[in-house]
Ligand binder design. Sequence first.
Ligand code: FUL
Length: 485
Amino acid sequence: MILRTIKLTLFLLTFSSAVNAQQKKVEAPAPVFPLPTEEQMQWHEMETNAFVHFTTNTFTGLEWGYGDEKESIFNPTALDTRQWAKILKETGFKTLILTTKHHDGFCLWPSKYTEHSIKNSPYKNGKSDLVKETAEAAKKYGLKFGVYLSPWDRNHPEYGKPAYLDYYRNQLSELFSNYGPVFEMWFDGANGGDGYYGGSREIRKINAVSYYDWPKTLDIVRKIQPNVIFFSDAGPGVRWVGNERGIAGETNWNTISTDTLHAGKPGISDILNSGSADGDKWVPAEVDVSIRPGWFYHANEDVKVKSAEQLFEIYLSSVGRGSTLLLNIPPDQRGLFHEKDIESLKGYKKILDTEFALNIAKKARVKTSSIRSDAAIYAGKMITDGKKDTYWTTDDDLKTGSFEIDLGKTAPVKYIVLQEYIKLGQRVKDFTVDIWKDGAWQKVAAASTIGYKRILRIDPVMTSRIRININDSKACPLISNAEIY
Ligand code: FUL
């Protein structure tokens, strides 16, 4: 008996060290460049972010203030940044990006470089600092904080001249030094045109490429906060998605060649929308869209607030296509999110929670066309283990492959959620989805890219098996997750 136990132990030891040795030998696939940075990976994982547009426009009814608005008009009656943060937290948002200064130049913090700010407004007798209050509220509710500082300033007398650049950079230094960590900086593409400009009331055009000397301007920020993600039309951290309707490309590459992008280039919006398979930089698309027709609150748009259902469709066409959503909710003249907006946000969260209530693929059996060197660490079960750092993959020479999720019983299916292991590059170019029905495979969906996340909605169907066929990929596919609802 003792001898048998020793023999068995020896056998198990030898067996497991053989498996370990085999697994050690099986190297991970080589990366497909370019790759996301650590900060970009965190940004992908945020999925839903919120924008808050608030300034004198909220009180004048304008979308783009001219720059001659009196500070005295900024006077919210019941402002509460904690209300914003609480609702955002409850409805699933991970961050809050505040317009600290829009094109009209009015600053929501008492900047020491201008008089055109909250300090000369009647609100709290000029003693408020809304950037501080918002950053604190975000922190209290566990949201990351981001800032928007419009490069175009229709109030500033020096706009268009070298002196304005110092002003703009000084303000960036204020914002990045005094309000804690800022995860994202939003540089708006709207630039130059007519404005007040300290009383000149004229048109000022600038060369958007050279005027701001972006490399130097970004370095100033990076020196203060090295981990910040920069949004602009063309990055470098994240890019514009090419529209303000909430729609990422059906084909959505996180890669793009930014040096070929410039404002006014024919077809630029389409390029930004889909990215390029052969792009030489990782600059994923962020989907900015407002819950209302405008970016700022206007009472006459209370009847045009997007419904919960419309917000859910936007979720599917942004997060569901591998982007992150940046949804704008503009506070009203009280300084609160309006009841209509709150109703839509809560309804949207309810739809999300209902539609994605139960992942029926959790721990399901997964059969694959092949496994990289037959190593257990790359097997099909890595797809349903719920861990983001494990994945199924094949040998290097394969650019196609398939995996089948066996639910073990027939169940209704409406959504297929897929994720690539993008830390080693985005790869999949073409895939289809089949379901097992009436003794045969039937195709229910066809798409191109997966990227960080792809959600496919199909006509609801009863099935017990779902097969994903990867028909083309830049290199061997790496699938880290699949969920079925
Ligand atoms: C645009 C701006 O002109 C809008 O007012 C808004 O801030 C939006 C997010 O970006 O370019």
